[in-house]
Design a protein around this ligand. Structure first.
Ligand code: GLP
Length: 242
């Protein structure tokens, strides 16, 4: 696991954007796995800036998002569909048909999940997966205890995640209790993985991921089993390891 420590959030975002830019330059039809949450916002802003400067062309890339809340319409401001379009896709030249996000409203979640997993394979697999990390170590919505063999599926969110994510909702009770999330195996199938973490509140979990053994209790620790993982973290998130 390669660890890059940046001065602050802005530097972290720039560094991640440069990495994405380089990968797209090498492979214009890159298959990119994307994350939500507050951490990748700076990366998306930076990528939009590079696009506006004419330094990146997204016209051939395909994206797969990690997860979506179950029960939220794509038009709901709290859905990850809404987040992705409003924070990234609306500002770049990606083709709509190349955007994949798990459906939040569905009558057949199992079939949708199978189809999503197949779609990833059909596109040749994910070349580069961007991840954030929950304060309990979750990646996507793979909560502590998730099987390392899990594929995309319906998951129940744990109390800590609901509490953490309540800041985006009017009331804590509005936070959905379930989501659809790529599994740990889906994530580990990506050819390259970059995990971003910023701020003091992530320092404890980052220390665990780096220093503790691989355990289902800390889902992100599974990344140690992968050959091509980079953690890009800022000094505050790294404060317990340096
Ligand atoms: C959510 C998402 C995760 C994300 C995590 C951390 O739970 N499902 O993909 O990594 O939040 O969010 P933040 O970056 O806001 O701390």
């Amino acid at each position: 696991m390669k660890i890059i420590i940046k001065k602050d959030y802005q530097e972290l975002s720039k560094s991640a954007a440069i990495l994405v830019k380089e990968r797209i330059k090498k492979k214009p039809d890159l298959v990119l796995g994307l994350a939500t949450g507050s951490t990748p916002l700076g990366l998306y802003q930076e990528l939009i800036r590079l696009y506006e400067k004419g330094e990146i062309d997204f016209s051939q890339i395909t994206t797969f998002n990690l997860d979506e809340y179950l029960g939220l319409e794509a038009s709901s401001p709290n859905s990850y569909h809404f987040y992705m379009f409003h924070n990234f896709f609306n500002y770049i030249n990606i083709k709509k048909e190349n955007i994949f996000i798990p459906k939040g409203i569905t009558e057949k979640p199992k079939e949708d999940c199978l189809r999503y997993e197949e779609k990833i394979k059909e596109k040749g697999g994910i070349d580069l997966q961007i991840l954030g990390i929950g304060s309990n170590g979750h990646i996507g919505f793979n909560e502590p205890g998730s099987s390392f063999r899990s594929l995309i599926r319906v998951v129940s969110l744990n109390k800590k995640t609901i509490r953490d994510n309540a800041r985006f909702f009017k009331n804590k009770k509005d936070v959905p209790k379930k989501a659809i999330s790529m599994g740990i195996r889906t994530i580990l199938s990506a050819k390259e993985i970059v995990l971003l973490a910023s701020g003091e509140k992530k320092s404890e979990i980052i220390e665990k991921v780096i220093n503790k053994k691989v355990t289902k209790k800390v889902p992100a620790s599974c990344l140690k089993k992968h050959k091509n993982v980079t953690l890009i973290i800022d000094q505050k998130a790294a404060s317990k390891i340096i």
